[in-house]
Design a protein around this ligand. Structure first.
Ligand SMILES: Nc1ncnc2c1ncn2[C@@H]1O[C@H](COP(=O)(O)OP(=O)(O)OP(=O)(O)O)[C@@H](O)[C@H]1O
Ligand SMILES: [Zn+2]
Ligand SMILES: [Zn+2]
Length: 729
């Protein structure tokens, strides 16, 4: 008899514990099983198996309760190997999240323990040679000879008709079989297999990184300095050493470009993992990796958990990007996981960016990371010149348009030169909100403490924080008036304005709303590359990685959007966004320019970006972080406390604060205070912020508090500890 400890996903509480079941046969750790839990049959994960000589009755006498048997074993072999099972435990500890949540985060959705694997294998028919023999006709004989040397072959690839094959099957000379085929995403790229010859600067970086294996390298290379080629050369080097390579990129925005170059260079050896793949593709790509049939994985955040073995190199491109932080359980930082895996595999980590995060850059200056720099663009092309427009001045001059006079001039001139424009507005939708013209009431989300965004295409109001959608209101809920005005503007409105303002303007809008369909990313960018449009308008999705040689003008419509948010990283984000988007201009043989519209023309994030001066920005921002005590000068944990009931929430917040005060030393505890969005999805939300330099006792106190709340309160209050918080919303 075996006692099997099973991790289950509790439907209500977020328990982090196993339950014991019995089994007559031994099971492998990590396989999924069906078990009874209360009145339900649910999926669980085998975490431990112990053999026992006792019978069921004896065991029950000892334990004082009845044991259930495992009902069904789902997997023949564990989905996660030993390394990844260990990593799940480590992740659970680091982030104070239930182990089951960690396992779930590590698997593609079709394989998550809570769902049945509804995605099946895709099969195709192949013809297999059986035996020599005399076929009835000459053609049939030829076909048989062909199959003798090409067996098995998918019947669609055999240069003989189905009829001939059927005849051979009848004669018992060949047979049909079903064989698994992989659904391969983006298989349309041609492999070129040719690496570009690196410049001296690039070669030096590659040599340096290779000479210091097992280290973390920070590659600080200006926009257009050819970081991608450095990644490709490093990947080639590690592949030649029979090692595998992980290439991570920020979410969907950048994936298309990077996927394309990796597929072109390494073809069949590349698997792709990102959210836009179909269920079947994800399932197949995952299995190709697991079976060690590929050597390179290109993917977004969760690809850091890919079951690659023998990893030699892990690259995080655009390492400063906030999408590397997972904002739901388990709230991990991708670089942290990359470093853990690199240590296990004795692998090298490369963090690349034109605008490294302050945390990474300060580590590099301290020697924790190795610093490599690419200070110039390829072919010594100059970085674009950047001009700032003070929008206060425009209003003074009675220009109330969304475009400054200079912006209009520049866009028109670029179109007239038959060159292309990229325009950034970091806000999607048509209008920011809808307001009653008579009483001033603003239309808000009934579930969240935010205004609804008007989307003109669909003539709907949408909440950007929950799934809530409503049609355009007939009348004001407050006064009954039927007159509304739209306030603020998003990409949809700009698109309309552009087409009105500029003759011959053909606009491609690139944001979450226009890139929903599969491969629409590729298609829109391909159209722009082929110059089917002269303006690419988008949210921050267009700021990174894009490399179009005909783009000579970049306009930023409202640089203040990211500056005026209550977040200690607001300046850093703004600087990064502006440098990145400016970097899209003048990447070909023609010089580029950039225009930034702002109401804060003197702000250092904006002036430093306009001079492409990372050092100056770094110095000034570090002073602020030191004075106000923010990372990298301290660690931070944000505790989000949520409840449906405001009164229960208040009490819990005070309890938690008191507990932390009593159990921690030498740290600053701020709050509780309303979260930036106090109500979201019908939950009220408060935050407590802890800042500390040395934090063993902080971790212990949080762990105890976290366990207490998530077990005892039965869902009335939830507490989420966010180490390395990136969002204060
Ligand atoms: N050694 C080389 N010889 C010729 N062209 C090169 C070389 N290396 C890179 N390039 C070209 O230079 C351009 C810029 O390179 P890449 O896109 O890698 O820049 P990057 O550093 O990633 O910039 P960003 O941070 O802006 O994305 C690309 O068109 C690339 O093909
Ligand atoms: Zn009204
Ligand atoms: Zn909402």
């Amino acid at each position: 008899m075996y006692i099997v400890s099973v991790l289950v996903e509790h439907p209500v509480q977020s328990l982090d514990m196993t339950f014991d079941y019995l089994s007559h046969e031994s099971l492998l750790k990590g396989v999924r099983v069906f078990v009874r839990f209360g009145y339900q049959k649910i999926i669980g994960y085998v975490e431990d198996v112990k053999e026992t000589a006792l019978s069921k009755t004896e065991l029950e006498q000892q334990a004082g309760f009845h044991y259930q048997y495992i009902q069904e074993v789902i997997d023949q072999e564990p989905l996660l190997n030993e390394e990844l099972q260990q990593l799940a435990l480590q992740l659970s500890k680091l982030t104070l999240s239930p182990r089951i949540a960690c396992l779930q985060a590590m698997l593609p959705s079709q394989l998550k323990p809570s769902t049945n694997h509804s995605v099946g294998l895709k099969l195709q028919t192949v013809a297999c040679f059986l035996q020599e023999g005399k076929a009835k006709t000459k053609k049939q004989q030829e076909c048989l000879d062909y199959l003798k040397t090409h067996s098995p072959t998918p019947i669609k690839d055999i240069p003989y008709s189905k009829n001939i094959l059927d005849q051979l099957v009848k004669q018992g000379l060949i047979e049909y079989q079903k064989q698994e085929v992989y659904r391969k995403p983006l298989d349309f790229f041609q492999t070129t297999n040719q690496d570009i010859i690196l410049t001296n600067d690039q070669q030096k970086v590659v040599d340096g990184i290779i000479a210091h294996p097992k280290r973390v390298a920070l590659l600080h290379g200006v926009t257009g300095s050819g970081k991608t080629e450095v990644y490709l050369a490093l990947a080639r080097y590690f592949l030649n050493k029979q090692k595998s390579v992980m290439m991570l990129v920020p979410e969907i925005s950048l994936t298309p470009m990077m996927v394309k170059v990796f597929k072109e260079r390494f073809g069949e050896q590349v698997a792709i993992l990102h959210s836009r793949l179909s269920q079947g593709e994800k399932y197949d790509e995952y299995r190709r990796i697991k079976r060690q049939e590929v050597k390179i994985v290109v993917g977004a955040r969760s690809a850091v958990f890919a079951p690659l073995e023998n990893i030699g190199l892990i690259i995080l491109d655009e390492e400063h990007d906030a999408s590397y932080k997972q904002e739901s359980k388990p709230r991990y930082l991708t670089s942290q996981i990359a470093k853990i895996r690199a240590q296990t595999h004795q692998a090298t980590v490369v963090l690349g960016s034109a605008t490294p995060s302050l945390e990474s850059y300060s580590r590099a200056l301290k020697g924790v990371y190795d610093l490599y720099e690419l200070k110039n663009r390829i072919n010594q092309m100059p970085l674009p010149t950047v001009e700032i427009v003070d929008m206060v001045n425009e209003t003074r001059q009675r220009n109330y348009s969304l475009f400054s006079r200079r912006m209009k001039e520049q866009i028109q001139a670029t179109i007239d030169r038959h060159e292309q424009v990229i325009l950034l507005l970091n806000k999607r939708g048509y209008a920011t909100y809808l307001q009653c013209q008579d009483c001033g009431e603003v239309v808000k989300c009934p579930h969240c403490d935010v205004t609804l965004t008007y989307h003109k295409d669909e003539h709907q109001l949408k909440c950007h924080y929950c799934e809530y959608v409503q049609s355009y209101p007939q009348s004001c809920a407050h006064c009954g008036s039927t007159h509304f005005k739209t306030v603020g503007y998003g990409t949809q409105k700009i698109e309309e304005e552009l087409e009105k303002t500029f003759l011959n303007a053909k606009v491609i809008r690139y944001d979450v709303d226009t890139t929903k369909n599969k491969n629409s990313h590729f298609q829109l960018l391909e159209q722009f590359k082929k110059q089917k449009a002269n303006i690419l308008l988008g949210t921050q999705m267009i700021a990174k990685g894009l490399d179009f040689e005909n783009v000579t003008f970049v306009g930023v419509l409202n640089a203040d959007l990211s500056l005026n948010v209550p977040d200690f990283r607001a300046s850093e984000r703004t600087f990064q966004l502006l440098c990145q988007v400016a970097g899209r201009s003048g990447r070909g043989s023609k010089a580029g320019t950039v225009l930034i519209q702002t109401y804060n023309p003197e702000h250092y994030a904006i002036t430093c970006a306009s001079h492409h001066d990372y050092q100056a920005f770094y110095q000034q921002e570090m002073l602020y972080r030191q004075k106000a005590l923010y990372p990298p000068y301290c660690h931070m944990v944000s505790i989000l406390i949520q409840s449906k009931h405001e009164d229960i929430l208040q009490i819990a917040c005070q309890d938690i604060k008191n507990y932390l005060l009593a159990h921690t030393h030498q740290c600053k505890i701020l709050g509780p205070a309303h979260s930036v969005i106090y109500k979201m999805q019908d939950l009220y939300r408060q935050r407590i912020l802890i800042k500390f330099v040395q934090g063993k006792d902080v971790y212990e106190a949080l762990k105890t508090m976290n366990d207490f709340y998530n077990k005892k309160q039965k869902g009335k209050v939830t507490v989420i500890c966010d180490f390395n918080p990136y969002s204060q919303i």
